[in-house]
Design a protein around this ligand. Structure first.
Ligand code: ATP
Ligand code: MG
Length: 723
């Protein structure tokens, strides 16, 4: 088996071989990115099939994303000497698909209820029924909270009831669960929970699974939550042929209840477990591995690991400091096009990664407009079509054409009016007496209270006033008028997750609009990009395979690409502002009981940065716009040192005075009102100071010549102190 594997080009190292050959009993492999954890699972599967003659149906391989599961199946199928039909019987699945099939086979035919928008509507309806204000709690936050209770196996009857808020939330959840039951629906979380209950109740079924699956293997173990862990453990008993592989530095689903403590727990629960560490990175070049190590070593909560690279670097990671996200998109696309035209790369070699899905607006837009083959692994939706953003855009559309019926329908909910009912009235009245602005018809609704009529009149006036405004200004007015009021309601309860998302989307919309002078030009641009996006959908299907991949860092877990462009590496975006603004999040985290408390949030962001850079095989571009959604943004603290180093000593100081070894009068002139960061390695005797001055808003990295002592401190990686 190993000889044919070598012939096919894969020579495993000693610990990898040991893991692949491991036959029975629990095994834990904890190792850094790109060290071959997934490869070991794949080879072990092949080894069990080819050498031990284990039937394919007796092996269960679980991972998290559909893409990772599909890749696993493909890689197993490519192993030399395996019988294709046997491989077909193998269960290499995501947790969800495996357990969904299980409950389906055992009588649960309930509909999957997963469309977020419908879940939100239902929750709002429930709040109304319970006499709560429609916007008392944000549905997004409620769903996240409910999910975290379920993943931690906390039953509805165990929910806290200490405050009025908690009592209300409990009532909402109870009603939500009842509704699903009455209407024959389950959501994604219920799939795992139902499977758990099924296996607890039907011992015969559990026993048959235990008999069937002689070998259980889990990839990305660091991201399992409590419920998933329990499910795995149940199935792997009593043989305990359970192999888990993971990397605590890549735990990025804490918000979903993932706990790297399960890794520790694993060793306690299975004291006989074999532990194998892998410390050679085969994926990335030395420079990329070095950067990854440098980022992650600042986390306190981690197991120290060493990770050595095998591939020499042809090129060093490259850093960019564009002005805005639009400039960033422009520069990255230019580079990609250059490489593709020169024939050194194909589109399929590139992945563009970002922290939040709303970060891809500029780049997605340009790819669409230029007709460059790409695939967005998110929902592929343009910002302007997002259900929370579209009503805002439609306000602008209405200001240009007050007879735009689609836009009218879209803004009705923001006036707290029912879409169907509102439109039926407008159309009926239009048939009798057409108006220039048909929205006026709403004023004659008999059941409307005076304050509601005032609201409609104000809105009509607002829309009219846009004619003289720049689009960004108009958006600010729309936000002030109803979106801020809408999100203030949630402030009372400090449930801010949803508000955060809404704010991000609208900030991004504003940043996009700021490029245009008139509402007309902005809407014409939006219509163009929306139309081209739907044309491109067809083209995308034809170009399967050779296209630029766009995805959030979360989605990129476990994957690798020849070239990775990490965009939006600025403070506020990565780390995300929510992790920086710790006090505000603390309340939410404390409420959920199962989430990381705020102090841990920054470490999770750092792990995200680590996951992002370690996806790159050969080349890595890191870009940090100096303006993030209209505001000045510093280079991400995770890559700041690397940025500085790459910039190198570029200018000699005009004057450096040291006073008591702690004060620097900075060289050059500082524009009025601008702040600057000066990092310094200070040695007191003899008085000397080596410093690096970073002006985050210009591409200026000035470094002084260090004295030998400072130099050795810097080389040893001692931290510079801000002065
Ligand atoms: P991650 O932590 O990102 O999930 P991983 O530990 O699962 O990474 P793999 O994806 O299994 O790592 O492997 C990374 C790359 O290294 C793959 O391209 C794989 O083919 C290659 N690789 C793994 N082991 C070896 C080896 N012994 N020799 C050469 N290449 C290897
Ligand atoms: Mg992997």
């Amino acid at each position: 088996f190993f000889r044919t594997l070598e012939q096919s080009g894969l020579t495993l190292n000693k610990p990898q071989l040991e893991a692949v050959r491991h036959h029975t009993g629990p095994l834990l492999t904890l190792a850094g990115a790109g060290s071959g954890k997934t490869s070991v699972l794949i080879c072990r599967t092949g080894y069990l099939l080819a050498v031990h003659g284990i039937p394919a149906s007796a092996i269960l391989l679980l991972t998290f994303s559909t893409k990772a599961a599909a890749e696993m199946r493909e890689r197993i199928a490519r192993l030399p000497g395996l019988n294709a039909s046997a491989v077909h019987q193998l269960q290499a699945r995501t947790f969800h698909s495996f357990f969904l099939q299980l409950i389906r086979r055992h009588g649960n035919q309930l509909d999957i209820f997963h469309e977020t928008r419908r879940q939100h509507i239902l929750l709002k309806q429930i709040m109304r029924e319970l006499g709560l204000q429609q916007d008392a709690y944000q549905p997004e936050t409620l769903l996240a909270l409910l999910s975290s209770y379920k993943m931690n196996l906390v039953g509805l009857d165990e929910l806290p009831e200490a405050t009025d808020g908690e009592k209300e939330i409990k009532r909402i959840f109870a009603r939500y669960e009842d509704w699903k039951q009455e209407n024959g629906k389950i959501d994604f979380d219920d799939v795992l929970l139902s499977a758990y209950r099924l296996l607890k109740q039907q011992s015969d079924l559990l026993r048959s699974l235990q008999t069937r699956f002689q070998y259980v293997m889990i990839d990305e173990f660091q991201d399992t939550n409590h419920l998933q862990y329990e499910l795995i453990r149940m199935i792997a008993e009593p043989r305990q042929n359970l192999m888990v592989v993971g990397d605590d530095d890549q735990t990025i689903y804490s918000f979903n209840g993932a706990r790297s403590e399960f890794i520790l727990h694993f060793e306690k629960r299975y004291p006989s477990a074999k532990v194998i560490t892998l410390d050679i990175n085969y994926r990335s070049t030395t420079a990329i591995v070095g950067l990854g190590n440098e980022i992650i070593r600042h986390n306190k909560e981690r197991r120290p690991k060493t990770l050595q690279a095998t591939k020499e670097s042809a090129v060093k990671p490259q850093y960019m400091r564009p002005h805005t996200a639009d400039d960033e998109a422009d520069q990255i696309i230019t580079r990609i096009l250059q490489e593709v035209q020169q024939g050194t790369r194909t589109y399929g070699d590139f992945a563009i990664l970002y922290r939040s899905s709303s970060n891809n607006r500029a780049i997605l837009e340009q790819l669409v407009l230029k007709g460059i083959p790409h695939i967005d692994f998110g929902d592929g939706q343009l910002l302007y079509e997002h259900w929370l953003v579209k009503p805002v855009v439609d306000h602008l559309r209405l200001s240009l054409n007050r007879r735009n019926f689609d836009a009218m329908e879209s803004i009705l909910p923001s006036l707290y009016l029912n879409r169907e009912k509102g439109m039926a009235i407008i159309r009926a009245k239009e048939a009798i007496r057409p108006k220039k602005g048909p929205l006026v018809h709403l004023l004659s609704l008999p059941e409307l209270k005076d304050y509601q009529k005032d609201k409609i009149t104000d809105r009509l006036a607002l829309i009219k006033s846009f004619v003289t405004m720049k689009p960004a200004q108009a958006i600010i007015h729309i936000r002030k008028t109803f979106y801020d009021a809408y999100s203030e309601a949630s402030e009372r309860h400090k449930l801010t997750l949803h508000k955060e998302m809404l704010k991000e989307l609208l900030d991004e919309l504003e940043a996009s609009a700021a490029r245009f002078d008139t509402v007309e030009a902005f809407i014409a641009f939006i219509d163009d990009v929306v139309a081209k996006n739907s044309d491109n959908t067809r083209q995308k299907l034809q170009e399967q395979g050779n296209r630029i991949a766009l995805m959030t860092i979360h989605r990129s877990k476990g994957l690798e690409f020849p070239v990775v462009c990490l965009i939006g590496a600025s403070d506020g975006s990565l780390p995300h502002s929510s992790a920086l603004d710790t006090d505000r999040m603390k309340d939410v985290f404390t409420r959920t009981g199962s989430r990381p408390i705020s102090s841990v949030a920054l470490e999770e962001e750092r792990r995200l940065a680590y996951v992002a850079v370690t996806r790159a095989r050969e080349e890595l571009f890191i870009s940090s716009p100096s303006q993030y959604r209209g505001k000045k943004a510093a280079i991400s603290q995770f890559v700041l040192a690397a940025f500085q180093q790459a910039a190198g000593p570029s200018a000699s100081p005009k004057s450096v005075h040291t006073k008591t070894g702690r004060h620097i009068s900075s060289p050059g002139s500082k524009p009025a009102g601008e702040t600057e960061t000066v990092l310094a390695w200070v040695c007191t005797s003899p008085p000397c100071i080596a410093w690096t001055r970073i002006d985050p808003y210009k591409e200026a990295h000035l470094t002084s010549k260090p004295c030998p002592l400072c130099k050795s401190a810097m080389e040893k990686g001692s931290k510079a102190v801000p002065v």
